[in-house]
Design a protein around this ligand. Structure first.
Ligand code: KG4
Length: 338
């Protein structure tokens, strides 16, 4: 009998629902929230309210586009955390209600787990998927982690940021340059026209596989401050070079630890995930690194780099196969590791 899972994602500012049948994606609907743009960051209360408005139409559309009916669902998977608590509550409560109505089980999904497993979302039978064990570089606005993936439900964090995430470094530096939120995609765009060697920023000296990005941020700020004293138009004149140099430094920091992790574990496959894995420079660097070292690279489709319910549905699918269900008494969690 086939297994049909609906995934529901509401951890931050995207309301999403997706249907997966036997590991194949049937639909993936995302309603992004533009309400936060004028505030330069996600406003939690506004995010919860927007989820509340979006969740019914988004779930409805996912079911319709999948060409199924509600009664075809085997289980309902939802993001339980980490994320904004008010936002998570909307998805969690909705999943519980739908599950009670349909008399099918609920499956809680760790959002980070979902990002890692997004590489197993297939559009067709012949799509390629990673072989275990592999390393996943998980880089987003809230996390920067090197994850050793032994199996669908067996992962270990080998290293992670001790302060800011890579996405935060992009966003915060972009913000002081006067770029809109989130700044990562703007840095990416500007970097394409700049000289990546124009400026030098500080790089961390953290032992092991952990990351740090706060020193880079401070060094970026000092460069702006020192130069703005002599030239008030410094940022405008040097936008592309600043973006390219910042991006190069972030990539170097990421790749140095990724290389160490590959050498320490001896894995033959490397994957990337999370919002920052949409960055052209990061994608390119990982692809080149894997090619040079004879490794297999898994670079996600851009649609699967940011928050989406397809990854929640696939993570739910593998938990379903392992019979890992969730009790109705379970509440969402704002913070959690893998
Ligand atoms: O995974 P995600 O959607 O959610 C959070 O964890 O917040 O990641 C969002 C992050 C933001 O920091 C955003 O600036 C970054 O991903 N991002 C990028 C790019 N696209 C998104 N950073 C660099 N280059 C990009 N093209």
């Amino acid at each position: 009998m086939s297994v049909t899972i609906i995934g529901i994602e509401s951890s931050c500012d995207d309301t999403s629902a997706a249907v997966i049948r036997d590991g194949i994606l049937l639909s993936n609907v995302i309603a992004s929230q533009s309400v936060h743009e004028e505030y330069g960051g996600v406003v939690p209360e506004l995010a919860s309210r927007a989820h509340q408005q979006n969740i019914v139409p988004v779930v409805d559309a996912a079911i319709r586009r999948a060409g199924i009916t509600k009664t075809d669902l085997s289980a309902i998977a939802f993001t339980r955390g980490p994320g904004l608590l008010g936002s998570l509550l909307v998805g969690t409560s909705f999943a519980k209600g739908l599950s009670l109505g349909l008399r099918v089980p609920i499956i809680d999904v760790n959002h980070l787990h979902g990002h890692v497993l997004s590489h197993f979302v297939r559009r067709g039978e012949n799509d390629r998927v990673p072989r275990f064990p592999f390393i996943c570089l998980l880089v987003s606005g809230g996390n920067s982690q090197i994850v050793l993936v032994r199996d669908y439900n067996d992962m270990e964090i080998l290293g992670q940021t001790i302060d800011d995430a890579a996405g935060e470094a992009f966003d915060k530096c972009a913000k002081v340059m006067g770029l809109p939120y989130p700044g990562g995609p703007h840095i990416d765009r500007l970097a394409a026209e700049g000289d990546p060697k124009a400026f030098r920023f500080a790089k961390p000296h953290i032992p092991g596989l952990d990351y740090s990005f706060s020193g880079l941020k401070t060094s970026f700020l000092y460069t702006l401050r020192d130069n703005l004293r002599n030239d008030p138009d410094f940022i405008v004149k040097n936008q592309a070079d600043l973006a390219a140099s910042l991006q190069r430094t972030i990539i170097e920091i990421l790749m140095e630890k990724l290389d160490l992790a590959v050498r320490e574990t001896g894995v033959k496959t490397v994957a990337i995930g999370g919002g920052v894995s949409a960055n052209s420079g990061v994608r390119d660097a990982v692809e080149r690194y894997c090619y040079a070292h004879g490794l297999e690279a898994f670079i996600p489709e851009r649609a699967f780099t940011t928050d989406n319910a397809a990854m929640v549905a696939i993570a739910g699918y593998f938990k379903y196969l392992d019979k890992q269900f969730c009790a109705y008494s379970e509440a969402p969690y704002a913070r959690v590791t893998l």
